[in-house]
Design a binder for this molecule. Structure first.
Ligand SMILES: *[C@@H]1O[C@H](CO)[C@@H](O)[C@H](O)[C@H]1NC(C)=O
Ligand SMILES: *[C@@H]1O[C@H](CO)[C@@H](O)[C@H](O)[C@H]1NC(C)=O
Ligand SMILES: *[C@@H]1O[C@H](CO)[C@@H](O)[C@H](O)[C@H]1NC(C)=O
Length: 403
């Protein structure tokens, strides 16, 4: 697999010396195809693993300025001594009344990606078509959304009712959106979040809470188990009960699920383990955004108490319950997501839309990729969503400008 893909890359590189893309369009290509492909490629080519998004932010700043947007970089305060600079990118489309910014609609996505960096590659075995596969880290999550959002805007008349926000840190703590949210002075009516939804409009997504369960025992010789206390044994009993317990279900979001992502414990096979721990990611399907995570945490505390109150303890991140998003827009297929997003990190009383190209099922894998046709469909989808979100609200038809 290695060798052929390197050959493909080489081909792409050589051909890109003369034009952005090596082969002519031969199907019903939209006029923006080459611009879209170039933007998508340039974004993927810049490594931007969470924590090192600086170059991607500077690239976007330059790109947006070139397209006459007003741009502002918002520096993320750093708690570590790391010298790497991190910025959210804020932008306002070129418009006639640029001094009067009261944006009604926020269009947002994230510029960070998960590790490792995987270079851009496009399958140019045959000429470009809607089936052409484009791969590389971020090709789906979420540089496809960023490229499609910007291309959609380029196809619509400029509007001073729109603001753009490309944040850092979505894949880890949500620090970029949380920082923006803590400083923002806008009262948006709507926000469109770009994340891979296979071009379906999400009706919401599950919540999440992460936790560590710790177990404390007493070390001893494994031949005399009654003289010690096995921390791993207690932990296993607790985990077994957790995965067999109904932690909450709902019709819309399905079951709350538990991933035991990391297990640690003990020092040697012939020593009774004194310590053990498990790290969990729990996807919350019941309750609402405010209460959902807390309810699951309480159920787990109850299980720990029932199994062995003395040996077991747990710590959880604050987390949140299921997040509702707007999906009542004509012409979109609907879906419900099981992954977390920045939607709950933007505070305020606005409608949230969650939509974007590509599948979450490949988004964090080595095989992250999408089809050119899906990227182009997303441009059309974003155009319709933007138009929908900017429709005059009821009773205000005569006071709002149109898009
Ligand atoms: C590239 O495209 C060709 C023609 O469509 C196809 O036969 C081939 O399997 C593709 N290769 C990869 C790596 O996707
Ligand atoms: C939810 O859990 C129930 C009970 O364990 C199970 O029967 C059902 O198949 C699960 N639903 C889904 C969608 O996984
Ligand atoms: C969440 O549920 C709780 C308890 O049912 C309720 O008191 C609260 O108002 C709900 N919050 C929202 C935002 O719906």
């Amino acid at each position: 697999m290695r060798l052929p893909s390197q050959f493909l890359l080489l081909t792409t590189f050589l051909c890109s010396c003369t034009s952005a893309h090596p082969t002519p369009n031969n199907d019903d290509a939209p006029a923006y195809r080459n611009d879209l492909l170039t933007l998508h490629r340039d974004l993927i080519n810049i490594p931007s693993i969470s924590g090192s998004e600086g170059d991607a932010a500077l690239f976007l700043q330059k790109y947006l300025r070139k397209h006459h947007f007003t741009v502002q970089l918002q520096k993320i305060p750093s708690s570590s001594s790391s010298s790497s600079k991190r910025y959210n990118v804020l932008a306002w489309p070129p418009s006639s009344s640029s001094s009067n910014h009261t944006p009604r609609l926020l269009i947002t996505s994230h510029i960070d990606v998960v590790p490792p960096y995987i270079p851009y590659s496009i399958n140019t075995t045959s000429s470009l078509s809607k089936d052409t596969l484009i791969s590389g880290r971020g090709s789906v999550d979420a540089k496809a959304s960023v490229a499609a959002q910007l291309t959609a805007l380029s196809q619509l008349p400029p509007s001073d009712q729109i603001m753009l926000l490309f944040v850092v840190g979505e894949e880890t703590s949500g620090v970029g959106m949380k920082h923006f949210s803590s400083l923002q002075k806008y009262q948006f009516e709507s926000a469109i979040f770009g994340e891979p939804t296979e071009n379906k409009l999400a009706c919401g997504h599950k919540g999440i809470t992460n936790g560590i369960i710790s177990s404390r025992g007493k070390a001893g010789h494994s031949g005399y188990p009654h003289l010690g206390k096995s921390a791993t044994e207690v932990l296993i009993r607790a985990l077994s009960k957790i995965i067999d317990t109904d932690l909450g279900t709902s019709e819309r979001y399905g079951n709350t699920t538990v991933n035991i992502g990391v297990l640690q414990g003990g020092v040697a096979s012939n020593v009774i383990p004194k310590e053990a721990s498990a790290r969990l990611a729990i996807r919350v399907a019941a309750g609402n955004q405010t209460t959902g995570a807390k309810a699951v945490q309480e159920k787990i505390f109850q299980i720990l108490q029932d199994v062995d109150e003395e040996a077991l303890s747990a710590e959880f991140t604050q987390g949140y319950g299921p997040v509702k998003t707007e999906c009542d827009v004509e012409g979109f297929e609907k879906m419900v997501a099981s992954y977390g997003t920045d939607v709950p990190n933007l505070e305020g009383d606005h409608k949230s839309y969650l939509y974007g190209p590509g599948s979450i099922l490949v988004a964090h894998g080595d095989d992250e990729a999408l089809k050119l046709g899906d990227l182009e469909e997303a441009v059309e989808g974003y155009k319709r969503l933007i138009e929908h979100a900017l429709r005059p609200s009821k009773g205000e038809e005569h006071h709002r400008g149109d898009l």
